[in-house]
Design a protein around this ligand. Structure first.
Ligand SMILES: Nc1ncnc2c1ncn2[C@@H]1O[C@H](COP(=O)(O)OP(=O)(O)OP(=O)(O)O)[C@@H](O)[C@H]1O
Length: 559
């Protein structure tokens, strides 16, 4: 199913056009979708004759013929119609709930996959909360297929069939209803608008309050150390008061909305009763037909109300889809990169490379030129802030140079797919991120090895005693980032992980910064004695024992 909407039509339907962006996601479930739509249609058609049959029951069976068998027959027919309609409603509700959650999951997966492949130049300048928000926003897209929406669509279909039947019964009163419907929609829409605005304000202050809680939870240790409890609680209370104010306002407008709609409904029912009464006096209408009519009218007004609510529910969905697609349409870090680096990295070259984080910031370094070959052991030196970590990030393809050329095996880095490059480079950074799981899980992360390989390597590196000192050795649980192990232990875990992978390039950013003297000696010994054949790059401020390098790059502050 390939649905393309002409551009001029798209521009005219405004935010609604965003709903069409969901078509590719529906495509996969088109069979369920079509069955669901069929069930909705069947369900609304089945209830159409019921008010008409009620009128016949009153006029012909109860008031005229007084035949009890006919009464049983008509009531039986209505009961069967209701039961079949019930089955179709259940079926459509069940199908759409499944479709809704499946689409939400697929959207979330696409957003998450996009976020993970976006360039660091974008990610490092974007708030994490914003990106988290985009993932969470996928939930609201599910509302477009929720049972509430289905019942609204159902009521609109019901109303259409009801109007046709009403015209067949009495066109004069039908015309009155047709005139009243737009008035009803207009009046309930204005109440709805107020409700929508106050809901938006309430959601905004609820998000602000969540942000406040998120900040407090994230910085709870520092809040305790700095004695910031009162300050945090004060901020929390003021955000809570704002939410209270907007929630009360929202609920007030909801009460107004419901009461206004009910008043309108009652007034319009009286108008129809008045006209019907006059026609009954004139002998042009019957009590039974009036009963049918009022049942059909209720359906029409219910659907008019649904149309206004449809707007309330679907508009936020449209806006969410628009925001999600702003992210999904962004270029990822592999856009335009055609080369998959399959071969082993033999050479790395920097030719007059310059880099700045943002155009309004000064260059971190300029005209950097050097080359490394397989087997090189490189020491990267420089004072704090001279760009050692930044250089590593460029080597990993996380950022692109402002000018100059970086190449691997003579291939321009700007054409190499970043993930294929990173697969060949191992890094032990200063701030090692550990995932939930055991120490062993973290060492094996992204690698195709088993426990015994890890144990052998730990033995070879002389780190067995160090690992055994952890509460449960390799099975020590890590809860959140590094909690459960110390900073130094986290660095050792990352070191073992990097050594296990046998990467073509191994980068160690201050590998001995957080470890005790004995472990430092063990690491240096491992680096010196290990038969590591690739390109080894080490950043270190501590020079003691670091005499096995054949190349040194000394970064200085850019003027
Ligand atoms: N994400 C960023 N956005 C903007 N500027 C940054 C960013 N990261 C680093 N910088 C700046 O770039 C410069 C180099 O930082 P970098 O971390 O590469 O230095 P370093 O030599 O590794 O320092 P250290 O020895 O302290 O680890 C610094 O002036 C730093 O403020």
């Amino acid at each position: 199913m390939n649905l393309t909407i002409p551009a001029n039509v798209m521009s005219r339907i405004g935010p609604w056009k965003n709903l069409f962006k969901l078509v590719p996601f529906i495509g996969k479930y088109r069979l369920s979708f079509m069955f669901g739509v069929g069930a909705v249609l069947a369900s609304s058609i089945l209830t159409v004759p019921i008010p008409y049959l009620t009128g016949i029951l009153l006029d012909r069976v109860l008031l005229k013929d007084k035949n009890i068998n006919d009464m049983f027959l008509l009531l039986g027919m209505m009961a069967v119609l209701y039961l079949v309609q019930y089955a179709f409603s259940l079926l459509s509700g069940w199908l759409f709930v499944k479709i809704s959650y499946s689409i939400v999951n697929e959207l979330k997966y696409s957003v998450m996959s996009k976020v993970l492949s976006l360039p660091m130049s974008y990610l490092s300048t974007t708030e994490k909360g914003y990106l988290q928000g985009r993932v969470a926003e996928c939930n609201s897209v599910g509302n477009a297929f929720s049972p509430v929406i289905i019942s609204m669509v159902l009521s609109v279909l019901n109303a259409m069939f009801a109007v046709i039947t009403m015209f067949a019964i009495n066109y004069k009163i039908s015309c009155v209803v047709i005139v009243l419907v737009p008035i009803f929609i207009f009046l309930s829409k204005s109440s709805n608008k107020k409700f929508l605005n106050s809901t938006r304000e309430m959601m905004e202050s609820s998000a602000v309050l969540s942000g406040e809680v998120f900040e407090s939870m994230n910085g709870i240790e520092d809040i305790k150390i700095l004695g910031g409890k009162e300050t945090q609680l004060f901020k929390f209370k003021s955000k809570m008061n704002e939410l209270f104010h907007h929630s009360v306002k929202q609920n007030k407008s909801l009460i107004f909305l419901t009461e206004n709609v009910s008043l309108l409904n009652n007034m319009f029912t009286l108008i129809i009763l008045l006209i019907s009464g006059i026609l009954i006096f004139k002998g042009q209408f019957t009590v039974g037909m009036y009963t049918s009519f009022s049942l059909y009218t209720t359906k029409v007004f219910a659907s008019a109300q649904s149309i206004t609510s449809l707007n309330t529910i679907l508009k936020p969905v449209c806006l969410s889809v628009e925001r999600i697609y702003q992210l999904l349409d962004m270029e990822d870090e592999n856009s335009g990169k055609v080369v998959k680096l399959d071969s082993r990295i033999e050479t790395i070259e920097f030719l007059r490379v310059g880099y700045r984080y943002r155009t309004d910031l000064p260059l971190v370094f300029n005209d950097l030129t050097f080359s490394f070959m397989r087997g090189d052991k490189v020491l990267l030196l420089g004072d704090n802030g001279t760009g050692k970590t930044t250089l590593i990030k460029l080597l990993l393809g996380l950022y692109q140079p402002a000018y100059g050329i970086i190449s691997y095996n003579g291939i321009h880095a700007s054409s190499i797919q970043s993930d294929s490059l990173r697969q060949k480079i191992g890094v032990v950074s200063q701030s090692t991120f550990l995932f939930r799981g055991t120490v062993l899980d973290n060492i094996l992360y992204g690698q195709n090895c088993n426990r015994s390989t890890v144990e052998n390597l730990i033995d070879e590196l002389g780190l067995k005693e160090y690992i055994d000192r952890m509460p449960k050795g390799l099975d020590t649980e890590i809860n959140q980032n590094t909690s459960g192990v110390s900073g130094g232990q986290a660095q050792i875990i990352a070191f073992i992980r990097a050594m296990l992978a046998e990467k073509d390039v191994l980068i160690l950013d201050e590998p001995t910064a957080n470890v005790d003297e004995e472990t430092r000696r063990t690491i240096i010994h491992a680096l010196r004695e290990q038969r590591y054949m690739g390109i080894l790059i080490v950043i270190s401020h501590q020079m003691d024992g670091m005499d096995f390098f054949n190349k040194t790059i000394h970064l200085t502050k850019t003027l």
